[in-house]
Design a protein around this ligand. Sequence first.
Ligand SMILES: NC(=O)c1ccc[n+]([C@@H]2O[C@H](COP(=O)([O-])OP(=O)(O)OC[C@H]3O[C@@H](n4cnc5c(N)ncnc54)[C@H](OP(=O)(O)O)[C@@H]3O)[C@@H](O)[C@H]2O)c1
Length: 314
Amino acid sequence: MKAIILNAPGGTENFEMRDVPKPTPGEGEVLIRTVAVSINPIDWKTRQGKGAWQRISQEQPVILGWDVSGVIESVGPGVHDFSVGDAVFGMVNFPGHGRTYAEYVLAPSNQLAKKPQNISHAEAAASTLAALTAWDVLFTHAGLQAGQKVLIHAAAGGVGHFAVQFAHHAGAYVIGTSSAEKRDFVLGLGAQEHIDYKNEDFSSLVQDADLVVDTIGGEVFERSLKTIRPGGQIITIPTGYVDDPAGKAANAGIRGQHITVKSSGENQRAIANLLEEGKVRAHIDKDYPVSEIAKAHEELEKGNTTGKIVLHFG
Ligand SMILES: NC(=O)c1ccc[n+]([C@@H]2O[C@H](COP(=O)([O-])OP(=O)(O)OC[C@H]3O[C@@H](n4cnc5c(N)ncnc54)[C@H](OP(=O)(O)O)[C@@H]3O)[C@@H](O)[C@H]2O)c1
């Protein structure tokens, strides 16, 4: 099968499409024929030798990617919830070696959900890592409740655009930040208020937030502490951008933590239900053929994607 190998950490010239053996599913695994994948900042960080590189580079060849949507080609022993021909999607083996930039992807069946029929494979692939992260932040870790006030940074980005929709659907009062051009997009996702982070200081505009979803880190984390009510919380997700988030938050009288998303079929199924009911949707900014992986990475790396960037196979 064809796969995009990362020959060495560095620039996109280190990607190479080549033939590798097609894997065989073991106990509890399925083999997926890939239709679409989506990419995340962790992909380009790992390509550069940061992100997950240390963890996965021991297992050669390195094949990046965690997000996939496709059709089950074969099932291993002990798989009862999926059959050959099912359309499925999920985030594979995160934070380990996902290897989804490939014609066929091996995945534990308990990390997958059936793809809703009313959405495309591109939309499904886009609704995996970013959507699962938003879900984990809001519900697994923050326990968001109806009526709470939540400030979501980078509300137009991959994680943010799902976080706004999930929080809105859960009955929260949502404030989202983005540049001015994306104001209508953010409000259209269900945010009640928008802040143009380039021209306004969110920390003087927001008070008594129950929760801040920090997708930026650094000084944005620091300023966010001022917007949260006593006993409220901040969850930060960019790795390495905040030194001691829990300690800094505690000094401000609130709770703080950095979290890492985990593969979860259960959470993916919950997201699939919302997609199926039309309560949530993935926004596809750009869709490239897989042969244009370099262009896709370079585009995402600019840091101004609206929603998600996906790649299609075939
Ligand atoms: N810990 C975890 O498990 C985990 C999981 C997923 C993601 N992450 C991390 O979370 C971060 C966000 O991921 P993502 O997929 O959402 O990234 P993304 O889609 O690349 O984010 C792009 C968005 O960021 C916005 N943005 C940039 N700087 C901003 C600022 N100062 N204030 C407000 N918005 C800003 C841009 O809006 P404008 O164009 O309007 O500027 C753009 O829409 C990344 O660092 C990623 O690695 C961590």
